[in-house]
Design a protein around this ligand. Sequence first.
Ligand code: ATP
Length: 307
Amino acid sequence: MEEKGYDFVRVRAHGKINLGLDVIGKREDGYHNVKMIMQQVGLYDGIDIKRLGLCTDGKRYIDIETNLRYLPVNENNLAYKAATLLMDEFDIQESIHIKIKKLIPVAAGMAGGSSDAAAVMKGLNRMFGLRLSKKELMERGVKLGADVPYCIMGGTALAEGIGDILTPIRDIPPCYIILAKPGINVSTKVVYSELNVDKIENHPDIDGLIRCIQINDLHAMTKKMGNVLEEVTEKMYPVIKEIKQTMLSLGAINSLMSGSGPTVFGIFDEKDTAKQAYDSLKADERCRQVYITDGGLSNERYQFKYQ
Ligand code: ATP
């Protein structure tokens, strides 16, 4: 067979926040039907994939290397699962090495694992010349997790169903986003199991939120932000509410927990205010990881300058 593709690919796996998260109901299969506004952030994990060729022992290896010692490097890593999915389907017998430079907080409501999986799928598509369209990658990605199709698509989107029915929305107005994760890890499963869908009192106005994005009004958009999981996670970890209040006192237009938490984000409209808030939060012992970023694709200048 003719040799195709590339020996090395580098892909960015961007994290996401939820500007809005509503839970509509519980399904019989245990999943929840949601209505969420997903927003990609500039913070990303670096994914490098190297092609190792055919091994002399006839076996196929998927080697994973990461800068975080506690992350699995075996079949439990979502990057490994993503590679297996595509390589099995296309009968690729060559071995590969995947290096993950993890910056996105882990188990933090930012879909870091899903984004790594999405990036590996995109990278292998290019590396082995599979010629799968975005839509075809997304159809395969959902087998790995409900957030994977969105991570393949990126940008700003309405996510419905279990999070996999996606409608793109225009970009949000320019702003600075500060991400602060306290030193606790939250299980998405536990948060959803504690949520009583019939007793949710304050459903965020997701349609109103979309309208504010469409008219490019940052202040109106932040007023409409809301997350029904916040109350559940805050009850378990009051530090989340404290960090939100700190964000507001530091000049955020608004602040919210992302996904099932515990990452809190603050939206700022002024660069200097955002930078000062970032410096304060960096020195705040309640915050384990703090980043300043935006909703774009190529904003790593903030991420690396102020990290
Ligand atoms: P979501 O926002 O989709 O709920 P999350 O932020 O809560 O995601 P992740 O950071 O994706 O959670 O990771 C959750 C778990 O998945 C961790 O406990 C981790 O051990 C496991 N995991 C497997 N592969 C990865 C990966 N590549 N990156 C991060 N976590 C991974």
